[in-house]
Design a protein around this ligand. Sequence first.
Ligand code: SIN
Length: 195
Amino acid sequence: MLLDTTTLNQQRNFFDGHTDIWLFGYGSLIWKADFAYLERQPAYITGWARRFWQGSHDHRGTPDAPGRVATLIRAQGEVCHGMAYRITPDVLAPLDIREKNGYLREKVSLTFRGQHGNAQTAKAATEGLIYLATEDNPAFLGEAPLDDIAHQIAHSHGPSGSNKAYLLNLARALRELGTDDAHVFAIEKQLLRYQ
Ligand code: SIN
């Protein structure tokens, strides 16, 4: 089911008056940075885990045959690695459109992995934004056996390309970041059986 969160997100101005904002990407925003940014840094957030539980009706699937893309769930003690981008506020408008199928802007604390942290302020941690698709959005698909998730991803295609490419690109990007993600890598393993 489609829900357009664009208008809602325009009202979620957590960083009003700021000249730059840190955006933390954990899914396609890691490997498909098709937006302008001032700098980027590997980073992580704690208490969250990546899951392929969000339906994609507009990018990696269709309204009739949705794909599955990443969102985050609360998970005490877990660490989710990704990429933080320092952006100017005008970049949020196109991102709101890209993430419109159920994702809402949320404020998070993020920690930079680099020794020197944020090049601009030399801080190791800062407040930033994520796009989060929670279980109460209509496109949320939720938990399913990994085999079923892999099967759905293997057979889904949308305007942005195959769902398989989304997952394989994410798995590759996580490896390049030197991070482990048991959920993503387990789906990748199943998915490769379909090739
Ligand atoms: C993200 O990448 O941070 C959000 C989910 C997505 O667009 O894949």
